[in-house]
Design a protein around this ligand. Structure first.
Ligand SMILES: NC(=O)c1ccc[n+]([C@@H]2O[C@H](COP(=O)([O-])OP(=O)(O)OC[C@H]3O[C@@H](n4cnc5c(N)ncnc54)[C@H](O)[C@@H]3O)[C@@H](O)[C@H]2O)c1
Length: 260
């Protein structure tokens, strides 16, 4: 997509932006004229990306309440305002419920759900002071419908959608919009550790894989484009909404019907 300054003058924090979907989003935001703070625990990758695209890197563990307060204070001090937060950072766990320990369940909920909660709370005052803002929470297709093995992750991603709707109701009067994106795909590196050691023959048996109506699965660029839209003033009347990025796969059973 050609950049046309859709985010000119906006100051944005994007969590988990050292790689993957967050990195794609950071690149698009900079192209569209935003001042971007890349916040992640992956310091080397985050710093390198920030230097390459002309953004700022900040170390942030999104489960650290004090870290959030510091990041918002430093951002406002440096750029005088804060307009956009993309709560993108997350971790994945693929395991049956029987094979998920309480500690693993709590880890996933702490990062994905509590991290998002802390982010929303941390930026609210700065956005109120700026006269409004846009918060985009990255959920997942696993926050809309589930497959076996996604228990803890799906619970956290449904929680992200719930937080989104509550925040939209509470913050609307301050001009702050809060929306969720629910992508079917992201960085394959997030999934790769869980596929190690699985026999490709066994993997091939999992299915049936639904046919995507648009003929392909979404890319990280598709997700970034949607986040740009939600950060921009073009989406001024959207709040509390779920933006499902699956090319229509979850709409219904896309089966082959004779004659249709
Ligand atoms: N990968 C997929 O297939 C997929 C599918 C649907 C949705 N998603 C969602 O998309 C978003 C981006 O994921 P991705 O696909 O780019 O994967 P990714 O693993 O490349 O990106 C996640 C980023 O979050 C960071 N992170 C993890 N824990 C953190 C913490 N405590 N504090 C700060 N940063 C932390 C990681 O360092 C990493 O840079 C996530 O919310 C993910 O759940 C991913």
């Amino acid at each position: 997509m050609t950049a046309t300054g859709r985010l000119d003058g906006k100051v944005a924090i994007i969590t988990g932006a050292a790689r993957g979907t967050g990195a794609s989003t950071a690149r698009r935001f900079v192209d569209e004229g935003a001042q971007v703070v890349i916040a992640d625990v992956r310091d080397d990758e985050g710093r390198a990306l920030a230097a390459e695209v002309g953004a700022t890197f900040a170390h942030l563990d999104i489960t650290d309440e004090g870290g959030w307060a510091d990041l918002v204070a430093v951002t406002v001090e440096r750029f005088s305002r804060l307009d956009v937060l993309v709560n993108n950072a997350a971790i994945l766990l693929l395991a049956s419920l029987a094979n998920t320990s309480l500690e693993q369940f709590e880890d996933v909920m702490r990062v994905n759900a509590a991290g998002t909660f802390l982010g929303i709370r941390a930026v609210s005052d700065a956005m109120k002071a700026a006269g409004g803002g846009s918060i985009i929470n990255v959920s997942s297709i696993d926050g809309v419908y589930v497959t076996p093995g996604t228990g803890a992750y799906a619970a956290s991603k449904f929680a992200v959608r719930g937080l989104t709707k509550t925040a939209a109701l509470e913050l609307g009067k301050f001009g702050i919009r809060v929306n969720a994106v629910c992508p079917e795909a992201g960085n394959p590196e997030m999934v790769r550790p869980f596929l190690e050691g699985i026999d490709p023959g066994e993997l091939a048996k999992s299915g049936p894989v639904p046919k995507p109506p648009l003929g392909r699965r979404p890319s990280m660029g598709d997700v970034a484009d949607t986040i740009v839209f939600l950060a921009s003033d073009e989406s001024a009347f959207y709040t509390g909404a779920d933006f499902v990025l699956d090319g229509g796969t979850s709409v219904g059973m896309n089966i082959t019907v004779p004659g249709v």
